[in-house]
Design a protein around this ligand. Structure first.
Ligand SMILES: [Zn+2]
Ligand SMILES: [Zn+2]
Length: 355
């Protein structure tokens, strides 16, 4: 699982201490293990590909699928889609100077999948995540209209196919290009669809269900582990906590909805859409945010506190949290010291706090 800092763009940006941009991510949703039938894949020679200038092998299975749109023409026949794919390859080779067409596969409204770099070659579609992802691109421009059912079904089959052939991890994460880079790709209409699609993940118990949003409560925690103030250190902490929650506690995933580091980043736990395991009796009606660290003698630094406040604003502006929310510390609703004294005193001064 790739851990990305979450950024949120609050429309009332004046209130936010830093520019936030929303990256909605997808979380573990139950996915029936079905034996996949692969979609029709039109090979490179079938669509008339030029040879690549070079190839970098992709280490599979990869953990990520990145969805794109080509922002070119729609096509709905073998002939028109082949022509479109050729045009894109020419553009990527000649104008962008890439080794080959950027995507691993392209998907047409004819319901066919066109082989780009294929399963075993690293693509050029999402910079730093190229080496850990497969890039699938819908042929066409999908900002205001979605791809047709044939194309959407082909993409879903392609994902299952990638898993069944061992190129994609069963616990994969599905993302839109915009989730990993500043771009509008794959277009609003297509993005709205894929964000509803399941990601993979270890089969979670049925309790791992959607949170009914907007929720009324925010419950604040601390992780009671080490602090961290760099991305690398925080990622390590978050992974460690996930491992502990899943391995030792037997939970379907890391308990919190989001975790906040002293590097000022927010790390996605179960995210906005999934009920957490953080506060007995309150999980179904709250978002659980946890500060990475132990805060008995010292409060989290200003960067972390600002990030938490922005995250709350973000939750409101994106519709995940009621405007008339209540903020609580874990210790007020369960028998626990969490979050410890100094942090608890700090948050008790925040708006909407109720003891
Ligand atoms: Zn893209
Ligand atoms: Zn707690």
């Amino acid at each position: 699982m790739e851990w990305d800092p979450i950024q949120c763009h609050s429309p009332n940006a004046g209130l936010s201490p830093s520019p936030w941009k929303l990256l909605i991510l997808f979380w573990i949703v139950h996915l029936a293990s079905v034996t996949a039938s692969c979609p029709t894949i039109v090979s490179r020679s079938q669509w008339g590909a030029r040879s690549p200038k070079s190839r970098t092998p992709l280490k599979t299975p990869v953990p990520l699928v990145i969805i794109h749109h080509t922002e070119g023409n729609l096509c709905s026949s073998l002939a028109s889609c082949s022509k479109e794919v050729k045009g894109i390859q020419n553009y990527h080779l000649d104008k962008r100077g890439w080794a080959d067409i950027g995507y691993n596969f392209l998907i047409g409204e004819d319901g066919r999948v066109y082989e780009g770099r294929g399963w075993r070659t690293m693509g050029s579609h999402a910079r730093k995540v190229n080496r850990i992802s497969l890039g699938f691109s819908f042929l066409g421009s999908f900002s205001s209209t979605a791809p047709n059912a044939a194309a959407l079904n082909a993409a879903k089959k392609l994902i299952q196919c990638a898993i069944s052939r061992g190129y994609l991890s069963r616990s994969y994460t599905l993302k839109g290009h915009r989730n990993v880079m500043p771009t509008s790709c794959p277009g609003n209409a297509l993005y709205a669809i894929i964000r509803m699609w399941p990601s993979g993940g270890p089969d979670p118990p049925s309790k791992n269900v959607s949170l009914a949003i907007p929720v009324k409560y925010i419950i604040l925690h601390h992780t009671s582990g080490n602090r961290c103030n760099s991305k690398d250190a925080c990622l390590q902490r978050v992974k460690h906590i996930q491992k502990y929650h899943m391995g030792k506690k037997g939970w379907p995933d890391i308990g919190y909805n989001f975790l906040i580091g002293e590097d000022g980043r927010v790390y996605e736990g179960r995210g906005w859409h999934t009920i957490g395991t953080h506060t007995k009796g309150w999980n179904e009606k709250s978002l659980g945010f946890s500060f990475l660290g132990t805060f008995f003698y010292r409060a989290p630094n200003a960067t972390a506190l600002n990030a938490a406040e922005s995250l709350i604003q973000c939750a409101i502006s994106e519709g995940y949290l009621s405007r008339r929310y209540t903020l609580k510390g874990h210790r007020r609703v369960s028998k626990t010291d969490c979050p410890w004294n100094v942090l608890y005193k700090t948050i008790s001064k925040w708006p909407k706090f109720k003891s």
